[in-house]
Ligand binder design. Structure first.
Ligand SMILES: Nc1ncnc2c1ncn2[C@@H]1O[C@H](COP(=O)(O)OP(=O)(O)OP(=O)(O)O)[C@@H](O)[C@H]1O
Ligand SMILES: [Mg+2]
Length: 329
């Protein structure tokens, strides 16, 4: 038997969308290459992350593995089963969480939802009930078990969506942005649960959040415009930008960003304003050399520097180096 739990080879997906603006105008065809020759091998029991900006192709890859979208070319196998030829076997061994609270029934209670989906996976009524209560307990939702999903908060509904993916105890989990839109406490709970309680599962998780990928993933695939740009442990990826410095400067007053970007050696500069305080982040090859020139320029612009720090490179810096853009742009 193959050691890989998920094997993706040369996978391509082209979407052709059509639209007609008016009856007399011919149909317009738009071609989007959502995945370009993707290769990825995930060994059993590992948690891999797909990290990339909007439109990178993350959901498309998850949907192909979940047998919801057909690939244009290439192959994908899960535990040796082909997503095209053996799709019903694949469906039996995967749990999918699409980060969409509409994937449960709002008129059913939390428990009824889980029992219903458990029955679809051929659990007996008593097995499904037992498993539903076990998961509701783990999600801290037993008190709300008989409440209709429509009366629960968004975060609670997302916990049911997540529990739904686990109801048949599948060896493989496909999690598409599982913490998106959750309040920070729920998101932290869920991450801890994934990290501590699902160690024996093989998981592919997509996210926009760098700290989530950093904290959870054994390996991260950085994806941009349908291509995997780099694959490695969080540490390996960050090692690749070790010779970059990230300067974090807190300012009173808005800096002239274009002038900063025009300084030689500045690779990127971004600024965020919060309550009148501006957080300037500048990436450069040699932060020490740049510091003096940057502080002089800010002084000339009449801007007070409140705090100054040189930080370790983040996964966003790696992404910037590989693609010329930031993940969270
Ligand atoms: N059904 C579809 N028809 C046409 N184009 C599509 C379809 N689904 C996705 N696309 C396009 O494919 C590309 C990849 O989309 P995808 O949803 O996989 O990105 P993503 O990485 O999940 O983005 P996000 O972070 O916003 O969720 C995008 O350009 C998107 O517009
Ligand atoms: Mg997506």
């Amino acid at each position: 038997m193959t050691k890989s739990a998920i094997e993706i080879k040369n996978l391509t997906k082209v979407f052709i969308s059509t639209r007609r603006r008016a009856i007399i105008v011919p149909v317009e065809r738009k071609r989007v290459e959502a995945l370009k020759s993707v290769d990825l091998d995930i060994p059993r029991g590992r948690l891999y992350g797909l990290l990339g900006p909007n439109g990178a192709g993350k959901t498309t890859l998850i949907k192909i593995l979940a047998t919801l979208v057909l690939p244009t070319s290439g192959t994908a196998n899960i535990m040796g089963y082909d997503v095209l030829g053996d799709s019903s076997y694949v469906r039996a061994i995967i749990g999918v969480c699409q980060g969409n609270e509409r994937s449960i029934y709002w008129k059913l209670s939390a428990r009824e939802n889980l029992v219903f989906f458990g029955r679809l996976y051929r659990l007996t009524q008593s097995e499904a009930k037992e498993r539903a209560d076990e998961l509701l307990g783990r999600m801290d939702l037993l008190e709300k078990a008989d409440e209709k999903a429509e009366n629960l908060s968004h975060g609670m509904r997302m916990k049911i969506v997540f529990a739904r993916a686990l109801i048949h105890d599948p060896p493989i989990l496909l999690l598409d942005e599982p913490t998106q839109g959750l309040d920070p406490t729920f998101a932290t709970d869920l991450r801890q649960y994934v990290r501590d309680k699902l160690k024996d599962k093989t998981i592919l998780l997509t996210t926009h959040y760098m700290h989530e990928a950093d904290m959870l993933c054994d390996r991260i695939a950085l994806i941009n415009e349908g291509e995997i740009k780099s694959l490695g442990t969080p540490h390996e990826l960050k090692e690749r930008v070790r010779d970059y410095d990230s300067l974090h400067i807190t300012l009173r007053g808005a800096p002239h960003l274009e002038k900063i970007r025009a300084i030689d050696d500045v690779l990127a500069a971004t600024v965020r304003e919060r309550n009148g305080v501006h957080e300037l982040v500048v990436t450069a090859h040699d932060g020490y050399d740049l510091t003096r020139r940057l502080l002089n320029m800010l002084h000339d612009q009449g801007i007070r520097v409140e705090q100054f720090e040189v930080k370790e490179p983040t996964l966003d810096d790696v992404f910037l180096q590989l693609t010329g853009r930031r993940i969270e742009d």
